[in-house]
Design a protein around this ligand. Structure first.
Ligand code: PMV
Length: 325
């Protein structure tokens, strides 16, 4: 399935963190400073085919039909170097990827991208295809990709080394997310750079890391109890803490736009009217609102004035598929 004549194709979805990953303990092996928890979505898929080419001198990477060079190609090659080192193969590859989400706008296209690439490359180069191995490998491409290997809600354990830092499923109550796309443009500063800057310069960074560990513990308990309200409350306060620590870097970084803040205010007003909605945002201006399934469409209608809205739910983990990107 998904593997034929030296080609393997995989599909993966982005994930939105309810407890965020922001900061690395080890950049070389991509260990996070704290654990995190997210929902893998059922929309904005990345489909990636990896075809080995023993006669090629270098890797090639096509994204949405366009040949890529520079940083994007280097990131793929660096990732494939790790796969080659582990598999003992020296073959270069053609990587063809199709992304349904706008790239680099805080909708976690790097998560779906590296989860799909890890899954397809592991099959093409003959590496283990179990979820824990794929999650560890995807982590090396982009930290949050570790969670896109897993369907639905997952926790990414910080771990104390490569072996122990991977994501696994967490049982959780049914929920939906209303994604409000405020701005589709590529963000000005990558999460990688901004994380580094936050860790090096924010006086609040140690408190952020400690509070993330507490939020994760509380979130895991709320998931176990099926307590939607508590999940929502932790989600929103934790997201605002992340944006606070990012803004406290020197020089400061701000991802939220005035419209993003307006969405947070609208969500708070909905709560005042008895609708349980809770907002979060990743490293970009777009806002994701966590809601109960029965209220998703009504909340989406309320938020249409702020940008394009889309209701998404829990999606599949990364999988090998037969289709072509
Ligand atoms: O894996 P990266 O480098 O794309 O970082 C993701 C960071 C956030 O999306 C802001 C938080 C998270 O946990 O996904």
């Amino acid at each position: 399935n998904g593997t034929a004549g030296g080609t393997a194709t995989a599909r993966a979805f982005p994930n939105i963190a309810l407890v965020k990953y922001w900061g690395k303990r080890d950049e070389a092996v991509m260990l996070p400073a704290a654990g995190s928890l997210s929902l893998t979505l059922d929309a904005y898929a990345t489909t990636t085919a990896v075809t080995l080419d023993a006669s090629a001198a270098s890797d090639r990477f096509e994204l949405n039909g366009e040949a890529q060079a520079g940083d994007r190609l280097r990131r793929v090659t660096r990732f494939l170097d790790l796969v080659r080192e582990r598999s003992g193969s020296t073959a270069r590859a053609l990587v063809r990827s199709h992304n349904e989400a706008p790239t680099g706008a805080g909708l976690a296209s790097s998560a779906s991208g590296f989860a799909a690439l890890a899954t397809a490359a592991s099959a093409a180069y003959g590496l283990p295809g179990d979820p824990a191995s794929l999650s560890r490998l995807a982590r090396r491409g982009s930290g949050s990709a570790a969670r896109s290997i897993i369907p639905g809600v997952s926790v990414w354990h910080a771990g104390d080394g490569d072996e122990t830092s991977f994501a696994e499923p967490v049982p959780a109550p049914e929920m939906r997310m209303v994604i409000v796309t405020v701005d589709e443009r590529q963000k000005a500063i990558s999460s990688r750079e901004a994380m580094r800057l936050t860790a090096l310069t924010s006086p609040f960074y140690p408190a952020w890391v400690a509070s993330t560990e507490q939020s994760l513990e509380a979130m895991l308990e709320a998931c176990r109890d099926g307590d939607f309200t508590r999940i929502g409350r932790i989600t929103e306060s934790h997201a605002l803490r992340m944006h606070a620590v990012i803004q406290s870097a020197d020089p400061p970084v701000r991802y939220l736009a005035p419209t993003s803040i307006a969405v947070f205010d609208a969500v708070s007003a909905l709560r005042d009217r008895g609708v349980e909605a809770y907002a979060t945002a990743d490293a970009g201006p777009n806002v994701c609102v966590v809601v109960r399934p029965a209220e998703a469409e009504a909340v989406a209608d309320e938020l249409r004035g702020f940008g394009r809205v889309r209701v998404v739910g829990p999606g599949a983990g990364a999988e090998l598929i037969d289709a072509d990107p």
